[in-house]
Design a protein around this ligand. Structure first.
Ligand code: SAM
Length: 225
């Protein structure tokens, strides 16, 4: 799904950059999920990056996408996706659509993706790119993702691409049994990426690594000020 048709002719120009990104930033740092590596080898990340920064689309860093937000570093996209351990038939919720790149990776690896973005301009841009790329299994929604999407719950996986002060109860409540919540928790100075698994009567919580994300702003996140 996605990017099966109509690849832009610019795509080949970036093929070597994409290959190096996968080899040196992902494989060499221990990303081993074949599906994640294949998706990131094939999906043209540069199409999700504003023109001004396109030359740096495969660099080992986040990049500005407007509204004071960023497209995450490729390694962070890879490790968060790998932590979901997708098999292909799952329903996944992403909080923080941003550029739409993470949603595009998820759209290749799971059956349906719901992705929520609080900035309507970013949501609208991501929606256009994902549509042009041929995805028909990704719904982009404008709203406060800290509350999740109760109408479509439960989810096998929920991935939050902005930093929360704590795991939002709404998101934990929307996980199926065995479902995973992947999210950064912390403050602007210190954040840890967590993998939380709903084990029915308890939540198994594993620390993955230190990270740096923009804040999750919302009812179960940070205040806008
Ligand atoms: N996943 C994105 C990508 O692939 O480009 C990167 C996302 S960026 C690091 C984090 C995003 O989370 C921003 O676009 C920000 O506006 C959004 N965000 C922050 N709080 C949110 C909330 N409560 N609901 C939905 N989106 C939120």
């Amino acid at each position: 799904m996605g990017f099966i048709l109509n690849l832009s002719q610019n795509t080949d120009k970036y093929a070597a950059d994409r290959f190096h990104m996968v080899q040196y930033q992902l494989v060499n740092r221990g990303i081993h999920d074949e599906g994640v590596l294949k998706a990131m080898s094939e999906i043209p990340r540069h199409l999700f990056v504003p023109e001004l920064y396109r030359h740096a689309a495969y660099d080992d860093c986040p990049l500005p996408i407007g509204e004071g937000q960023t497209i995450s570093q490729p390694y962070m996209v890879a490790i968060m996706t790998q932590c979901l351990e997708l098999k292909g038939d799952e329903k996944v919720l992403e909080i923080g659509t941003g550029s739409g790149y993470q949603a595009a990776i998820l759209g290749r690896l799971a059956s349906h993706i719901y992705t929520i973005e609080r900035h309507s301009a970013l949501a609208s841009r991501a929606k256009t790119i994902l549509k042009q790329a041929g995805y028909d299994n990704i719904d982009v929604i404008v709203g406060d993702g800290s509350l999740g999407l109760p109408d479509k719950a439960p989810f096998h996986g929920i991935i939050v691409t902005a930093c929360a002060p704590h795991a939002p109860k709404s998101l934990l409540d929307q996980l199926e049994i065995g479902g995973r919540l992947i999210l950064p928790i912390g403050n602007p100075y210190h954040q840890i990426l967590h993998q939380m698994v709903n084990q029915e009567k308890r939540v198994e919580d594993r620390n993955i690594l230190e990270c740096a994300f923009v804040p999750l702003i919302g009812e179960e996140g940070w205040n806008e000020e």
